[in-house]
Ligand binder design. Sequence first.
Ligand code: CA
Length: 674
Amino acid sequence: MKTDRYIRYDKEFDARYEYTGNDLGVTCNKEGTIFKVWCPLADGVTLHLYTADNSGLYQTHGLIPGEKGTWTWETTECLHGMYYDYTVYRDGEATTTADPYAVACGCNGVRSMVVDLSRTNPEGFLEEKAPALQTENVLYELHIKDFSYDADSGVPKEYRGKYKAFTVQGTNGSYPTCVEHLKNLGITHVHLLPAYDFGSVDEAGDDSQFNWGYDPLNYNVPEGSYATDPHDGTVRIREFKEMVQALHKNGIRVVMDVVYNHTYAPDSWLERMVPGYYNRRKPDGTYANGSCCGSDIAAGRAMVDNYIVDSVLYWAKEYHIDGFRFDLMGLLTVELMNRIRKELDAVYGKGEKILYGEPWRADESPMEEGTRPVLKENVSYLDDGIAVFCDATRDVIKGHVFYEEEPGFVNGGTGLEEKVLDAANGWVGSSLTTEGFAPRSCSQVVNYTSAHDNFTLWDKLVITMHEGTGKNNEYCEDAAVPCDEKVFETRFEDVVRANKLAALMYFTFQGHIFLQAGEEFGRTKLGDSNSFRSAPTENMLRWHQTVEYADLLSYYQGLIRLRKKLPGLYDKSASAKERITNRTIHGEGVVSFQVDNGSDKREPYERLFITYNASDSEAHLPLPEGEWVVLVDDTDADCEKTVTFVEKVAETGSMADRKFAVPALSGMILAKIS
Ligand code: CA
């Protein structure tokens, strides 16, 4: 039967060919090996076996057609360690492809590999478990190469930039680095930038290559350039598991960044297997391009959604992954995301696996009929257990990400007071949001000020607060003068203060807490706003900065400890919004609000008084009745200091005159003790 490969596959096709078995790919154990592909309307499929990832052909076998467009070949031999690919015959053409369902592959992912997964587990892996969830999740976005590439990382040279770096203990010579730093900082989740097999780094090439990895080649295989041997496909699997195990052992959970919205190239393994089905086409037959990579995935089709759900469940089960960050959810659907939430909850219990992602897309894409893209306007249709990155919060704090000199609240922006107070509520019920963004609960919101995209928080603050230091970037052709990169390595005291205020703000906003690795010690990328393939030496964490910015680091540590302690801050229930009262604008750049800090547990502080002063002069604010202490001021976080009043009540006898000072460009948390 001839097929038009540009047809828009319809519901009738899905009804006829949807295969719901969980055995696509290769099943290999002591009893034998089964190869199975979903390849409807093909005229034939052959399997090629190889003894190594770069050796000549060993054997060829024809697959036998089965139900729902599946094809199978099986043997009683255990083919563990064998490499393979397929040729698909369709419409008189022969196409060779790796297996899109492969769980292992050789160098650069071009040949799939047969693996008996039970042989890839490090010692104790089957029994190992994630540490218990804490009161709050603090998500720390980290690139595997950035983590340990620095010679000061304390990691042996052969493990730098690799999965293995996470297994190195005791990296706290004169100051803690790598895993010791993470433990010290108190974050609860490491969120790894793409660690599935991506295509932009030559795994056989040298170590100076770098890419973020938003270019998936094999969705169910770990990336090979982070393994000590990219050729033997079992090595990357074992070392990835060792990384997860080591993080768990150190009390840290692991989130994976997953990019199911597009493939590395339009010519993907999925496209080769079933042309026009997995990679979305426009009605005129050209590739849809909502990802700006020319290779959108057609979420909303039965076998596409099944593929994505199976892949997520696979990482959770096989690698003990604790959560997923979805790239460009605007190309995925509300229905799919809610289904993933439900299926993970059914297996692991409600909320055990965290889910969040980007509620946008790079461009329009012809979505399947009857589906809703996960854009900001549709967040209210999402399960409460799925959160989205909140660009409104990010921008109100530090300014727009694309207009580099546009400031936010902490770096000179004006007229933002009301927005700041709405951001504190996670924008729930706000009338100041745009693009139809209306979260039902702060559990749907991820608050942050920096991520891998755009400037680091430090660089953005330097550019906006020290005029003429900006560097041209691709988004802003008429940006400031070409920069002297050294300027970003200068410790500006006003930038440190603004950074502390920015951190205090999002650590006291309702919602989830997310930070880019190194934000806590003034991470700079020397003014590079899009470092996806810049040198690893520019991208890497410079561990010595933890010493130069020890005060900033200590401030973040304190905020993290407090965030876990104060229910008024970590509450993500539907009624969390009600905790915030007495929202007040005291003047330009000065706001305050109070937080009901009560809970079932006996909390030491019944109320919090939170204030942000972004102005350049000291603010004097009246303190409500009762006895209060300072938990956070401009220099310390998680302290317990006596409140210093500007004017004593005794002098005037009026409560209204009981005022305390908030220094310029700083914020405070006060807590009521009686
Ligand atoms: Ca790769």
